[in-house]
Design a protein around this ligand. Sequence first.
Ligand SMILES: Nc1ncnc2c1ncn2[C@@H]1O[C@H](COP(=O)(O)OP(=O)(O)OP(=O)(O)O)[C@@H](O)[C@H]1O
Ligand SMILES: [Mg+2]
Length: 275
Amino acid sequence: MDLLAYWKLKERPFEATWDTRFYFQSRDHDEALNRLTFLVEEKTMNMGMLTGEVGCGKTLTRAVFTKRLNPDRYCVVTQENSAFSFRDLLGGVLQKLDPNGKGHTKFARCDRLKLITERFHAEEKHLVLVFDEAQEMSPGGLNELKLLTNWNGGGQNFLTIILLGQPELRGLVSRLPAIDQRISLRFHLGPITAHECSAYLRHRLIAAGHSHGELFQPQAAERIFNTSKGIPREVNRLAKLALEYAWLCEMPSVMETAVDMIVRDLSRHQTLCAA
Ligand SMILES: Nc1ncnc2c1ncn2[C@@H]1O[C@H](COP(=O)(O)OP(=O)(O)OP(=O)(O)O)[C@@H](O)[C@H]1O
Ligand SMILES: [Mg+2]
């Protein structure tokens, strides 16, 4: 019997994707979503920043946030990778909004984007630019984002910029007062708690088609939490391997020994790699 049939699943529950169907609303993820939504609805703030440890769920939260916004009122353009010059970043944004437009200098691109935001505003639509992996931006490139922040009218900004990035983004921003002062809303996404980790495992199993999601014994879930320190990407990696191991051993549910085996195997190989 294959893995899915053995565990009575319709699909694999712990894959490294940004499938919003698997989104689990922890306290922190919920707060991050609420703050981002407030930021774009308010329209009086220029910029927001969501930081968080590697693998905490920034990109998935961004995907859920984008999906939940009403497309009649918001146009969200996302740069998945921000390791480009300011001019190239603008080019990437315009490629999605105005692919046939003319004018490719930095200032021509700024002007084109300004016209687009004004047109959207006239149509009662708001433009949101999201720069993921913003910790990869050069300080100069990041600083130039200020050129996009003074387009407004009637007390409302025509554009909201959201920076997403790993913790070092905070340091980068703090050295750029012009950007730091424009970031009105910020949030740092932390790991999930032990209690949330058990609920997270259950939630992803149910999203993958399991009837009740109780496949991990409490001690196994606890061991996953302690090893992953509540970082969802690490939780996924351990849970996926433990589910496979327990299937191969024909365990009735995922026992602590399965997680133990996986953790020992991973640390042995990581030690070997480091040697
Ligand atoms: N709240 C959540 N609900 C369900 N799955 C989650 C959640 N948060 C994170 N994950 C899962 O954990 C993995 C890592 O998430 P994601 O890529 O969004 O993290 P990240 O913070 O953007 O990481 P990086 O710093 O590497 O960019 C993904 O597979 C994602 O599906
Ligand atoms: Mg990410």
